[in-house]
Design a protein around this ligand. Structure first.
Ligand SMILES: [Mn+2]
Length: 223
Protein backbone atom coordinates (compact mmCIF):
# COMPACT_ATOMS: atom_id res chain seq x y z
CA UNK A 1 0.00 0.00 0.00
CA UNK A 2 1.23 3.46 -0.90
CA UNK A 3 1.13 5.66 2.19
CA UNK A 4 1.33 9.40 2.74
CA UNK A 5 2.80 11.01 5.83
CA UNK A 6 1.79 14.61 6.59
CA UNK A 7 4.10 16.28 9.11
CA UNK A 8 3.38 19.28 11.36
CA UNK A 9 5.49 22.40 11.93
CA UNK A 10 9.18 21.50 12.02
CA UNK A 11 10.96 24.77 12.85
CA UNK A 12 14.38 23.25 12.33
CA UNK A 13 13.79 20.11 14.39
CA UNK A 14 15.77 17.83 12.10
CA UNK A 15 16.54 15.13 14.69
CA UNK A 16 12.86 14.67 15.49
CA UNK A 17 12.02 14.67 11.76
CA UNK A 18 14.53 11.88 11.15
CA UNK A 19 13.09 9.89 14.04
CA UNK A 20 9.52 10.35 12.80
CA UNK A 21 10.40 9.23 9.28
CA UNK A 22 12.14 6.21 10.76
CA UNK A 23 9.26 5.29 13.08
CA UNK A 24 6.86 5.46 10.12
CA UNK A 25 9.09 2.96 8.36
CA UNK A 26 9.07 5.31 5.39
CA UNK A 27 9.88 3.56 2.12
CA UNK A 28 11.15 5.80 -0.67
CA UNK A 29 9.55 5.01 -4.00
CA UNK A 30 6.42 3.80 -2.24
CA UNK A 31 5.52 6.33 0.44
CA UNK A 32 5.17 10.11 0.08
CA UNK A 33 6.17 12.83 2.52
CA UNK A 34 4.38 16.16 3.07
CA UNK A 35 5.21 19.14 5.27
CA UNK A 36 2.69 21.80 6.34
CA UNK A 37 5.47 24.43 6.29
CA UNK A 38 7.26 26.49 8.91
CA UNK A 39 10.21 24.26 8.18
CA UNK A 40 12.65 26.84 9.57
CA UNK A 41 12.78 29.49 12.29
CA UNK A 42 13.13 29.21 16.09
CA UNK A 43 14.72 25.76 16.10
CA UNK A 44 18.24 24.33 16.00
CA UNK A 45 18.84 22.77 12.58
CA UNK A 46 17.11 24.56 9.69
CA UNK A 47 19.59 23.45 7.01
CA UNK A 48 19.50 19.83 8.11
CA UNK A 49 15.69 19.94 8.15
CA UNK A 50 15.55 21.34 4.62
CA UNK A 51 18.11 18.77 3.47
CA UNK A 52 16.12 15.87 4.92
CA UNK A 53 12.89 17.03 3.32
CA UNK A 54 14.70 17.39 0.01
CA UNK A 55 16.22 13.92 0.36
CA UNK A 56 12.77 12.40 0.79
CA UNK A 57 11.32 14.54 -1.99
CA UNK A 58 8.74 16.09 0.36
CA UNK A 59 5.89 18.21 -0.88
CA UNK A 60 5.83 21.42 1.16
CA UNK A 61 3.51 24.41 1.52
CA UNK A 62 4.76 27.86 2.50
CA UNK A 63 4.58 28.75 6.20
CA UNK A 64 4.69 32.23 7.70
CA UNK A 65 8.27 31.70 8.91
CA UNK A 66 9.37 30.47 5.50
CA UNK A 67 7.66 33.51 3.98
CA UNK A 68 9.40 35.73 6.54
CA UNK A 69 12.68 34.47 5.15
CA UNK A 70 11.67 35.30 1.58
CA UNK A 71 10.66 38.80 2.70
CA UNK A 72 13.99 39.20 4.49
CA UNK A 73 15.88 38.26 1.36
CA UNK A 74 13.89 40.81 -0.64
CA UNK A 75 14.77 43.53 1.87
CA UNK A 76 17.96 45.54 1.16
CA UNK A 77 20.73 44.31 3.47
CA UNK A 78 21.06 47.63 5.34
CA UNK A 79 17.36 47.76 6.09
CA UNK A 80 17.08 44.23 7.48
CA UNK A 81 16.02 43.74 11.09
CA UNK A 82 18.09 41.69 13.52
CA UNK A 83 15.63 38.86 13.17
CA UNK A 84 15.62 38.96 9.35
CA UNK A 85 19.41 38.88 9.39
CA UNK A 86 19.39 35.93 11.77
CA UNK A 87 17.00 33.91 9.59
CA UNK A 88 19.14 34.39 6.52
CA UNK A 89 22.48 33.59 8.16
CA UNK A 90 20.98 30.41 9.66
CA UNK A 91 20.66 28.99 6.13
CA UNK A 92 24.36 28.81 5.32
CA UNK A 93 26.76 30.79 3.18
CA UNK A 94 25.59 32.94 0.27
CA UNK A 95 25.56 30.06 -2.16
CA UNK A 96 23.65 27.66 0.08
CA UNK A 97 21.27 30.40 1.18
CA UNK A 98 20.37 31.22 -2.39
CA UNK A 99 19.62 27.55 -3.07
CA UNK A 100 17.25 27.32 -0.09
CA UNK A 101 15.61 30.62 -0.96
CA UNK A 102 14.92 29.33 -4.48
CA UNK A 103 13.40 26.17 -2.97
CA UNK A 104 11.19 28.11 -0.57
CA UNK A 105 10.07 30.51 -3.28
CA UNK A 106 8.74 27.49 -5.17
CA UNK A 107 6.55 26.24 -2.30
CA UNK A 108 2.86 26.80 -3.00
CA UNK A 109 0.23 28.17 -0.60
CA UNK A 110 -1.76 24.95 -0.83
CA UNK A 111 -1.40 21.45 -2.20
CA UNK A 112 -4.53 19.73 -3.36
CA UNK A 113 -5.00 16.01 -3.83
CA UNK A 114 -8.24 14.18 -4.69
CA UNK A 115 -9.08 13.60 -1.02
CA UNK A 116 -6.88 16.07 0.89
CA UNK A 117 -6.04 19.75 0.91
CA UNK A 118 -2.86 20.85 2.72
CA UNK A 119 -2.23 24.44 3.86
CA UNK A 120 0.03 25.95 6.50
CA UNK A 121 -2.51 27.80 8.66
CA UNK A 122 -5.98 27.59 7.17
CA UNK A 123 -8.54 28.74 4.64
CA UNK A 124 -10.50 31.95 4.22
CA UNK A 125 -14.12 31.45 5.31
CA UNK A 126 -16.82 32.60 2.92
CA UNK A 127 -14.69 32.21 -0.20
CA UNK A 128 -15.63 29.18 -2.27
CA UNK A 129 -12.61 29.07 -4.58
CA UNK A 130 -9.05 28.56 -3.33
CA UNK A 131 -7.84 30.92 -6.03
CA UNK A 132 -10.02 33.68 -4.57
CA UNK A 133 -8.58 33.48 -1.05
CA UNK A 134 -6.12 36.11 0.17
CA UNK A 135 -2.49 34.96 0.14
CA UNK A 136 -1.66 35.99 3.69
CA UNK A 137 -4.59 34.04 5.15
CA UNK A 138 -3.27 30.68 3.96
CA UNK A 139 -0.23 30.99 6.24
CA UNK A 140 -1.54 33.24 9.02
CA UNK A 141 -5.14 32.51 10.04
CA UNK A 142 -6.13 30.95 13.34
CA UNK A 143 -9.48 32.53 14.07
CA UNK A 144 -12.10 34.34 12.00
CA UNK A 145 -13.45 37.81 12.80
CA UNK A 146 -15.82 37.89 9.82
CA UNK A 147 -13.51 40.17 7.82
CA UNK A 148 -9.98 38.82 7.92
CA UNK A 149 -8.44 41.75 9.77
CA UNK A 150 -7.76 40.03 13.10
CA UNK A 151 -6.67 36.48 12.35
CA UNK A 152 -5.75 35.33 15.84
CA UNK A 153 -7.96 36.76 18.60
CA UNK A 154 -9.13 33.86 20.75
CA UNK A 155 -12.48 35.56 21.30
CA UNK A 156 -13.31 34.65 17.69
CA UNK A 157 -14.06 31.11 16.47
CA UNK A 158 -11.36 28.94 14.90
CA UNK A 159 -11.33 29.27 11.10
CA UNK A 160 -12.16 25.58 10.67
CA UNK A 161 -15.51 26.13 12.38
CA UNK A 162 -16.34 28.67 9.67
CA UNK A 163 -15.34 26.66 6.60
CA UNK A 164 -16.96 23.70 4.89
CA UNK A 165 -14.81 21.56 2.66
CA UNK A 166 -15.46 18.38 0.76
CA UNK A 167 -11.86 17.29 1.37
CA UNK A 168 -9.93 16.70 4.55
CA UNK A 169 -7.88 19.82 5.35
CA UNK A 170 -4.42 19.17 6.83
CA UNK A 171 -2.69 22.14 8.44
CA UNK A 172 -0.37 23.38 11.21
CA UNK A 173 0.43 26.81 12.69
CA UNK A 174 -1.41 26.52 15.98
CA UNK A 175 0.96 24.99 18.54
CA UNK A 176 -0.89 26.35 21.54
CA UNK A 177 -4.08 24.64 20.41
CA UNK A 178 -2.18 21.41 19.75
CA UNK A 179 -3.46 18.34 17.93
CA UNK A 180 -6.77 18.82 16.13
CA UNK A 181 -8.42 15.56 15.14
CA UNK A 182 -11.79 16.31 13.55
CA UNK A 183 -13.24 14.22 10.72
CA UNK A 184 -12.52 16.93 8.10
CA UNK A 185 -9.68 18.85 9.79
CA UNK A 186 -6.31 17.56 10.98
CA UNK A 187 -4.18 20.13 12.81
CA UNK A 188 -0.67 18.78 13.23
CA UNK A 189 1.29 21.51 15.05
CA UNK A 190 2.00 19.97 18.43
CA UNK A 191 4.82 22.33 19.36
CA UNK A 192 7.93 20.22 18.79
CA UNK A 193 10.19 23.27 18.87
CA UNK A 194 8.69 24.20 22.27
CA UNK A 195 9.69 20.85 23.72
CA UNK A 196 6.46 19.01 23.03
CA UNK A 197 5.91 16.65 20.12
CA UNK A 198 6.37 16.34 16.38
CA UNK A 199 3.24 14.86 14.82
CA UNK A 200 2.67 13.06 11.55
CA UNK A 201 -0.64 11.81 10.17
CA UNK A 202 -1.13 9.00 7.67
CA UNK A 203 -4.53 9.14 5.91
CA UNK A 204 -4.27 5.58 4.57
CA UNK A 205 -4.05 4.24 8.13
CA UNK A 206 -5.87 7.17 9.73
CA UNK A 207 -3.12 7.06 12.29
CA UNK A 208 -1.01 9.66 14.05
CA UNK A 209 2.71 9.18 14.54
CA UNK A 210 4.38 11.19 17.27
CA UNK A 211 7.92 11.81 18.41
CA UNK A 212 8.92 13.54 21.64
CA UNK A 213 11.09 16.65 21.21
CA UNK A 214 14.67 16.20 22.43
CA UNK A 215 14.36 19.51 24.28
CA UNK A 216 12.58 22.85 24.32
CA UNK A 217 14.41 24.91 21.71
CA UNK A 218 12.21 28.01 22.05
CA UNK A 219 9.66 29.57 24.37
CA UNK A 220 6.08 29.81 23.16
CA UNK A 221 4.51 33.25 22.91
CA UNK A 222 1.24 34.66 21.57
CA UNK A 223 -1.45 32.13 20.81
MN1 LIG B 1 3.17 29.14 11.42
Amino acid sequence: MKRRLFIGDLHGCADELAELIHSFNFTSGNDSLYSVGDVIGKGPKPRETLTLLKKFNAKIVLGNHDNFCLTAAATPEKERSESQHHYLTSLGDVEELSRWLAEMASWPLYIEEPDILMVHAGLEPGVSQLSGMRRKIFFTIRTWDGKGEDLKSESNPPWFECVTMDKIVVFGHWARRGLIDLPKFKGLDTGCVYGRKLTGWCPEENRFYQVQARKAYAVIKGN
